[in-house]
Design a protein. Sequence first.
Length: 323
Amino acid sequence: MPQYPRKLSKGIRWFFKLSYNGKVVISPCIYHSKSEAKLAETDKYKELDEQRRNPNSKNDVLLFDLINARLDELKIKKSHKYYLGNKAHFKLLLTAIGNVPISQITRSDINNFLLSFANDQHAKGFGNYAVNTMIRAFKSLFYFGIDNYNLNISNPCKGIKMFSVNKRLKYIPTDKEIEAVRSLCNREQKLLIDFAKETGCRIGEAIRFKGRDISKDNIVLYTRKSKNSDLTPRKLPKPECLKGKYQADEFVFGTWSELPKFLDKKLRELKKKDPNVKIWGWHSFRHRYASLLSKQGKPIYEIMILLGHSQISTTQRYLQLLP
């Protein structure tokens, strides 16, 4: 199998990718030359072959090497934000446990670290959301290692339960609050606000929305749940705010290529004049849209479809009683 270079902040580094017995193994991106990566690939192949011929033997990998390999994969497959979040969590774990072989890491080690981190979070006034994010990240890390390195060990995170969280209702702005923001916006900004208000779209769906997605009575929105996942379409009634004509390949909201920040800026302008003004974001429109549909008597299954959810339990968390 070939070796590949990658440009990192520390310079060009090489990694290898090989296929053995139906499994693909990707090395950490740590080698200084192609020849060094090729030698490492040969050693890895011998290791896998030995493991297959002697299934009772147990290979191992250091936590630092596992983390680097996992981060290399996340950098390619997931969003930059997701990558950075995992990197921060893994760094804390490595500092707490040390660079030990992962076969030596026990559930008690992980649980003790999580309890210590949770105590620090509580002392700072935070809840357990970050702790639960860590549990998911660590569980995926060790499953990745077990599969990628063909290790005959148990996942040390297996059996660790999520920590309880205090769930809070998403703030839903009133018509008066929305209109106050609109009064500070230009035409394009107002259109985006109206579109989010009338469709309950994810902001990413609005940014990738094109003229070809508009028909006489309906529109089609596309969402991507993660960086490399497929775009999933859903059909919605055409909102009243869409009155212009657009070319098929034209972005309706072409002013923005990433999260529009004007909404937060406008709200903070209002808050300077009135300290009682609430700060809310684009996702509040989705909660508002779902709650309005529920108030109109729409069945929850229909609301789920309109929001693009795959589970009713997710939709239920969006619903609030509106005055």
